[in-house]
Design a protein around this ligand. Structure first.
Ligand SMILES: NC(=O)c1ccc[n+]([C@@H]2O[C@H](COP(=O)([O-])OP(=O)(O)OC[C@H]3O[C@@H](n4cnc5c(N)ncnc54)[C@H](O)[C@@H]3O)[C@@H](O)[C@H]2O)c1
Length: 432
């Protein structure tokens, strides 16, 4: 099949490459010329394990191409996926749909034969109805079908998640597009994915409800971790005990610095906004948002306590700054709250992240990037393990920090307290 992915970011690039690997002809379009030029040269704009090899393989086979020409790409394709960003609107909790509607307008003038227009971007319920209205202005209804096909991949596991998804959700009320899409996805269904056909509005809401539920699970265990700290219980015992119940399941029950990233923070806010629009109070999700927003400050207070509130000139090392491991994504990472707050109080901060220097901290006073774990640790009063990268799991802290006394705050519980006990450093973790 001939596909166009509009928006070559985490979702558009990964799903485009994977579709091409299944034998489809895919054009990945982006308005960012620099990104497209780099991709044509074989340079991958994001960090995602396994992505580079797959891009190079399919680009060589000419099944995967890159372009900035949206109109031409749409004309040449049968199925168009909208994969642009849907961030939070400025000064509001609503999803900003400017990019989605802009793309719909551009597609509208390039419909030369029947096309399926799919939102893979996470969009609030009724967005498909609006896209249909935009396309209807210039095109008769039998020339296109608007479908919702939300994406559930996780950064860091994106290729595996796309190739072996738990489920594929297709929100469409028309048989013709259903037939074409079940064909497109049949290689994944034959590997075990469940294929759910539902209404367009239901598909849109399934995505938000799923993300809000997962965010709730993380927030729930974080609050239980707070209680564990006060009652000398190891939160991991609670996670295991709860997770063994099949109705609950063990995933997303790890306590840490709170959820972040490009999806949960914005999607929890957007679903509450949708609730408001339809006069429905989503009070559970509202509490989750509030609790998660407090989480970074709660952990920051523990840092202040370690130094008895004397932060000025304290040397702090951050190991990892991205919102989770195996991605370079900094969107809504808790480090974006913690590092500026500590820098403002006069701390001297060094950070190391396997995905390199971060522009987000460029303007901050006394915050510097080190390109090795060793350099970042040297002389630290406090080491904060902020992200759970594998390379942080077996560090010889005593040899590398080279200080008489220091503390380690393991915000991801990657070490076992009884194994890491030491006379030289104090070890603090979360919920245990
Ligand atoms: N990142 C994830 O893990 C993930 C997972 C599931 C769903 N989603 C959803 O998928 C959508 C995309 O997320 P992302 O993380 O890939 O975003 P992203 O910011 O990484 O990529 C979006 C891309 O769209 C491009 N773009 C914007 N307007 C354009 C236009 N008019 N024409 C062509 N290109 C245009 C941008 O230049 C950018 O490269 C969002 O709605 C997000 O909520 C994301």
């Amino acid at each position: 099949m001939k596909l166009t992915m509009i928006g070559t970011g985490y979702v558009g690039l990964v799903s485009g490459v994977c579709f091409s690997d299944l034998g489809n002809d895919v054009i990945c379009v982006d308005k960012n010329k620099n990104k497209i030029n780099e991709l044509i040269k074989g340079k991958i704009p994001i960090y995602e394990p396994g992505l580079e090899e797959l891009v190079l393989k399919n680009f060589k086979k000419k099944r995967l191409t890159f372009s900035t020409d949206l109109k031409k790409s749409v004309k040449e394709s049968d199925i168009i996926f909208i994969c642009v960003g849907t961030p939070t609107k400025k000064n509001s909790a609503d999803a900003d749909l400017t990019q989605v509607y802009q793309v719909a307008k551009e597609i509208s003038s390039s419909i030369n034969k029947f096309k399926i227009i799919i939102t893979k971007s996470t969009v609030p319920v009724t967005t498909g109805d609006e896209i249909e209205k935009i396309l209807s202005k210039k095109n008769s209804k039998n020339k296109f079908s608007v479908v919702s096909n939300p994406e559930f991949l996780r950064e860091g596991e994106a290729i595996r998640d796309f190739t072996y998804p738990d489920r594929i959700v297709i929100g469409s009320n028309e048989n013709k597009s259903n037939r074409i899409l079940s064909n497109l996805y049949s290689p994944l269904v034959s590997k075990g994915a469940q294929y759910l056909n539902t209404s367009r509005r239901a598909a849109e809401l399934i995505k938000y409800a799923s993300n809000a539920f997962l965010a709730t699970k993380i927030t729930f265990i974080n609050e239980i971790a707070n209680l564990c700290e006060k009652t000398q219980i190891n939160v991991e015992d609670i996670s295991i005990g709860m997770g063994l119940d099949k109705r609950i399941g063990s995933r997303f029950l790890r306590s840490g610095p709170g959820y972040g990233g490009s999806c949960f923070p914005k999607d929890t806010k957007a679903i509450v906004s949708t609730g408001k629009k339809f006069k429905t109070n989503l009070s559970v999700i509202k509490s989750v948002i509030k609790s998660n927003q407090n989480r970074s400050n709660l952990l920051l207070n523990r840092v202040y306590k370690i130094f008895k509130n004397k932060i000025k000139n304290k040397k702090i090392c951050f190991l990892g700054v991205t919102f989770k491991a195996n991605t370079d994504d900094m969107r809504d990472s808790s480090s974006l709250i913690m590092i500026p707050a500590l820098s403002k109080k006069g701390a001297l901060i060094k950070y190391y992240d396997p995905t390199g220097f971060k522009n987000e901290f460029k303007q901050l006073k006394n915050v510097s990037y080190e390109n090795t774990i060793k350099k970042s640790l040297e002389g630290a009063d406090l080491v904060i393990i902020h992200t759970e990268w594998n390379e942080f799991k077996s560090i010889n802290f005593k040899n590398l920090v080279k200080r008489k006394k220091f503390s380690i705050f393991d915000m991801r519980n990657i070490y076992l307290p009884n194994k890491i006990k030491d006379q030289v450093f104090k070890y603090i973790s979360v919920g245990r």
